[in-house]
Design a protein around this ligand. Structure first.
Ligand SMILES: [Cu+2]
Length: 527
């Protein structure tokens, strides 16, 4: 059976089963095949249930109700232009929200913590996917509970496709199963069991680090692929850990396997970039492709110096809402110097196994060549002569991590941006800080320049203006290393339809989730 026929049949049968038809003029985009979870087209989702499944460890999950069929831990897929019209039901003992990380959405649909869904309550989820093809994700984002809920499993993938994306798959001759979307999250595992989320004061300062990695919720995930190109869309869903992704042939001590970077948070690069390792911090995504002419390939996070320069302080996690709702697993959060399961943690920058690719079939002698150009993405350009908007990331031993010397104030609007404005943001991190993956809600941005990058990122800054290969794509989350300054170009254009009328509030925050809950966040408005 040739591939085109296989894809057409599989999409048609999935569509028939779900009452779903591909939008657009005809050529159906192949659905990505993913380990450990089930794919659900967003147009078919009627309810998204948020529930706790285990009160001892505190594990939670999303369940997509497709109108007759329920899919636990769904991977949502959409073509650009598809809509979702569903209801979120919060069955947790805590407030929650569903933030669609990376999507351009109105304030009411962005799912930031402005309007949390109380326990037992529901909220309408109604929007159009306007973004380029890429790997996006949805996760809990209620103030003070984000780290605990995401760690508990409330993080799911959203794969968006479009014509350029489908053309790339076709050019690569991808076989079913060789396109994989994975959420990588670390956890503390002892005796084969997950430990509950119970961060000490030190964990809340540096972030919560585990000792093992779950790929789509599975420990030691082994993915069967066919020989030929393998396209991997990877999300760092760790609360705090930075990953330095690399590949090894035949296990972790084998020879390095080079790969190509195809895309970043907001979709495909203009052209593939050959690489041997790539940084992936909390909230970031990479789209990469590899030739699996080997039997087995181990995906690793390679050891690196994570530059936690901050010492000896504590973070003030004092959200009033935390007093009113119980923790998911009956554990205290940031409340004690030590809680007893730090011994099950490996520090940031430690080597960790991520997952394994097991290759079947004979190596094909003639692979299709990688296309030289894979998308129409233009080179990043500063589109304004206006002075940059400055932001400083600081560390204070009493107050913790701060943006512009200010901890998060839920009612505050730190600044306003004109609708349609094009701004340059200059973000400087303190030398006595640590890497902060900074996330902008609602808008993709481009990295224009980096200065004073040091440590392990510096040798990857090979692309002019101090930029790393991942800086060449559309980003919504970018790591700022200690002492480093970044210049970002952001276009604050908003769609004209009713959902976006009036003032729209968004957030800019650190995606180390312990820092986010520790108030390293600011609100801004587009007016
Ligand atoms: Cu941070």
């Amino acid at each position: 059976m040739n591939r085109r026929r296989f894809v057409a049949i599989s999409v048609a049968s999935a569509g028939a089963a779900l009452g779903w038809r591909p939008a657009g003029s005809g050529t159906p985009t192949p659905l990505p095949l993913v380990a450990g979870a089930s794919v659900a087209p967003i147009g078919a989702v009627r309810r998204l249930i948020v529930e706790r499944v285990d009160p001892v460890v505190g594990r939670c999950r999303y369940v997509a109700d497709l109108g007759g069929r329920q899919v636990a831990n769904p991977i949502l897929v959409a073509q650009r232009g598809h809509r979702i019209d569903a209801v979120v039901e919060n069955r947790l003992p805590q407030p929650t929200t569903v933030h669609f990380h990376g999507l351009m959405l109105s304030e009411s649909q962005d799912g930031a913590g402005f309007a949390p869904i109380e326990p037992g309550a529901s909220k309408a989820l109604r929007f159009e996917v306007r973004n380029r093809a890429g790997l996006y994700w949805f996760h809990a984002h209620p103030h003070g509970f984000t780290a605990e809920q995401v760690h508990a499993g409330l993080a799911g993938l959203l794969v968006v496709t479009d014509d350029e994306d489908a053309a790339l798959d076709k050019a690569l001759g991808l076989t079913p199963g060789n396109r994989i979307a994975l959420a990588l999250a670390d956890a503390r595992v002892a005796g084969g069991a997950l430990r509950p989320y119970a961060p000490s004061e030190a964990d809340c300062l540096h972030g919560w680090f585990g000792n093992r990695v779950l790929a789509n919720g599975t420990l030691d995930a082994a993915l069967a692929v066919n020989s030929g190109w393998v396209r991997l869309q990877l999300l760092n869903a760790c609360n705090a850990r930075g990953l330095l992704v690399g590949f090894r042939e035949n296990g972790r001590d084998g020879a390095g396997v080079p790969f190509h970077l195809l895309g970043t948070d907001g979709g495909l690069l203009a052209a593939p970039i050959p690489l041997e390792q790539v940084f992936l911090y909390s909230g970031e995504r990479v789209d990469i492709v590899d030739v699996s002419g080997r039997r087995e390939i181990a995906a690793m996070s390679l050891a690196f110096d994570a530059r936690h320069q901050a010492r000896g302080g504590r973070l003030a996690h004092r959200h009033p809402a935390r007093e009113r709702f119980p923790p998911l697993a009956g554990e205290k959060v940031c409340a004690s110097p030590a809680v007893g399961n730090e011994t099950d943690a490996l520090p940031d920058g430690a080597e960790l196994a991520l997952f394994t690719l097991r290759v079947s079939g004979t190596a094909r002698s003639a692979l299709p060549p990688l296309p030289g150009r894979i998308s129409s993405l233009p080179e990043a350009m500063a589109a304004s002569d206006a002075a940059p908007r400055h932001m400083r990331l600081d560390f204070d031993e009493r107050a913790g991590f701060l943006i512009d010397q200010t901890p998060y104030r839920p009612e505050e609007i730190a600044f306003s941006v004109g609708r349609g404005a094009r701004e340059v943001w200059e973000i400087r991190n303190s030398p006595i800080s640590m890497p902060h993956p900074m996330h902008l809600h609602g808008f993709g941005f481009r990295v224009l320049r980096r200065q004073a990058t040091f440590g392990p990122a510096r040798r990857l800054a090979t692309h002019g203006s101090g930029r790393l290969p991942t800086d060449l794509g559309v980003k919504d989350t970018v790591v700022v290393w200690p002492n480093e300054t970044l210049w970002l170009a952001v276009d604050f254009a908003l769609p004209g339809d009713a959902a976006f009328r009036g003032r729209q509030r968004y957030m800019f925050h650190c995606h180390n989730l312990e820092h986010e809950d520790g108030m390293m966040m600011r609100n801004f408005a587009v007016v």
